[in-house]
Design a protein around this ligand. Structure first.
Ligand SMILES: NC(=O)C1=CN([C@@H]2O[C@H](COP(=O)(O)OP(=O)(O)OC[C@H]3O[C@@H](n4cnc5c(N)ncnc54)[C@H](OP(=O)(O)O)[C@@H]3O)[C@@H](O)[C@H]2O)C=CC1
Ligand SMILES: O=C(O)CCC(=O)C(=O)O
Length: 448
């Protein structure tokens, strides 16, 4: 790596010691954009990379709430407003016990480039809490969300920062958060959050957008390579919001998802998660708050493998849909041994940098998460547009726009990789295309 970029990485490591996920994503992006930075000496003169890796603003706050037993609970809340170079900060909220500032910064940094790739005017941000929703009653979730928003409201707004869902945050939580925002502000500003229910300004297709978008992206890859989804077997991890959207769209396109997974293990369903009943059951399992995928195997009479990830199953396409760094070198080796041809990241940063390089080195076609899962935030931006217009598009209209956005993300990634002589490298292409737009906006806006 060139001296300028190496020195910025050194600084990132020093300043953010104890935040390995954040350091990992910075290294991953820098690895891809080296050739771009080399042809733009003005980036070094203006400290562009140093500015890019430092959030514009970050807040950490106490969230005090009372559980059903009357006991006072204290959690930690975060919002990192990473970059407003191309639009208001935009990105989800994650409620999970593993959340700490390093997770929020890694997700916020990824969001900058992902949001840029959508072609829509949205900057990068992310937030969340170490609150564990598992086993909590609706009332506990509501009290937590109200307490969280009681601090967050002063930092967000439809033209400032627009949070949405991520792991542990779905329509129910967004509803409680919006109710509290409205109560405090006393105005109808539903563009402040996305992922809302339809009755108060949500967009059709938002719940399924990440999974649908990911599948549209895979379809672009297959078409580009003269292949098709028809008859393909697909392994996925996770069983949440993203996973069920993938199951539904893969089925529609003629493929078959044969695995799902949870913290308890994975399910192998050779007939595929293809019927409406099975897909609806995934949604039910997630809403139950039990976080157990074995329930699916028990209900539909298929194989359950405890405490194991699904990558040992032989399939044509692997699509990790659960969480960060779920694929390390051991899991990557299994994917290679199975002769899988397409490795498509859907969860945010599901692959360690070492495993990603290994998989790419073995010649698999790799779709990077920033590009593949961008359909979720893209439809969130369409929700913002509908809220501003005080109007709703039909599901056909939103779906057509989503399809167009995913097609374009693939196309600009291909073009960017080719421009720098990198061939069909979708990882580098996505990073370069996302970065170039943000860098151009930063250069035009002066030293901020
Ligand atoms: N929802 C959206 O619109 C978008 C989501 N994504 C990404 O897609 C992925 C799946 O999201 P979603 O469908 O909502 O999630 P899921 O409902 O599938 O839940 C994630 C799963 O990952 C498990 N997990 C294991 N380790 C961790 C960890 N360290 N942190 C968090 N979860 C962990 C969780 O189990 P356990 O709780 O037991 O650990 C849970 O089963 C995530 O990476 C998310 O960031 C990306 C773009 C948009
Ligand atoms: O819809 C959004 O604003 C954010 C989705 C998200 O958190 C993500 O893209 O990882």
């Amino acid at each position: 790596m060139n001296a300028y970029m190496a020195s910025v990485i050194e600084q990132v490591k020093k300043r953010n010691a104890g935040e390995p996920e954040f350091i990992q994503t910075v290294e991953e992006v820098f690895h891809s954009i080296e050739k771009v930075v080399e042809t733009h000496p003005e980036y070094e003169k203006t400290g562009l990379l140093e500015r890019l890796v430092e959030p514009e603003r970050g807040i950490s706050f106490r969230v005090t709430w009372v559980d059903d037993a009357g006991k006072v609970q204290v959690n930690r809340g975060f919002r990192v407003q990473f970059s407003s170079a191309i639009g208001p900060y935009k990105g989800g909220l994650r409620f999970h016990p593993s959340v700490y500032i390093g997770i929020i910064k890694f997700l916020g940094f990824e969001q900058i480039f992902k949001n840029s790739l959508t072609g829509l005017p949205i900057g990068g941000g992310k937030g969340g809490s170490d609150f564990d929703p598992r086993g909590k009653s609706d009332m506990e979730i509501m009290r937590f969300c109200q307490a969280f928003m009681t601090e967050l409201y002063r930092h967000i707004g439809p033209d400032v920062d627009v949070p949405a869902g991520d792991i542990g945050v779905g329509g129910r939580e967004i509803g409680f958060l919006y109710g509290q925002y409205k109560r405090i502000k006393g105005v109808w500003e539903n563009g402040v959050l996305t992922g809302k229910n339809l009755e108060f300004g949500g967009s059709l297709i938002r719940p399924e957008a990440t999974g649908f978008g990911a599948t549209y992206y895979v379809n672009e890859v297959l078409t580009h390579l003269g292949d098709t989804m028809k008859g393909k077997t697909v392994a996925i991890s996770g069983f949440g919001n993203v996973a069920w959207g993938v199951c539904q769209k893969v089925t529609e396109l003629g493929g078959k998802v044969v695995t799902i997974s949870g913290p308890d293990g994975y399910v192998y369903d050779p007939d595929g998660v293809v019927t409406e009943e099975k897909i609806e059951y995934l949604v039910e399992m997630r809403l139950s708050g039990r976080d157990r995928v074995q329930d699916y195997a028990d209900k539909f009479g298929c194989k359950f493998v405890p405490k194991t990830k699904p990558w040992e199953v032989k399939v044509d396409i692997c699509m990790p849909c659960a969480t960060q760094n779920e694929i390390n070198m051991d899991e990557a080796q299994k994917i290679i041994n199975n002769g899988t041809k397409y490795y498509i990241e859907v969860a945010n940063m599901p692959t360690t940098n070492e495993a990603l390089a290994f998989i790419q080195g073995k010649g698999l076609v790799v779709g990077p998460s920033k590009a593949v899962n961008a359909g979720g935030v893209a439809v969130s931006a369409l929700e913002m547009a509908q809220n501003s217009m005080r109007y709703n598009w039909s599901s056909e209209e939103v779906d057509a726009k989503l399809k167009g956005i995913m097609k374009n993300i693939h196309a600009v990634s291909v073009e960017a990789a080719e421009e720098y002589g990198l061939g069909y490298d979708l990882v580098a292409g996505a990073n370069i295309a996302g970065f170039k737009k943000v860098a151009a906006a930063m250069m035009a806006q002066g030293l901020v």
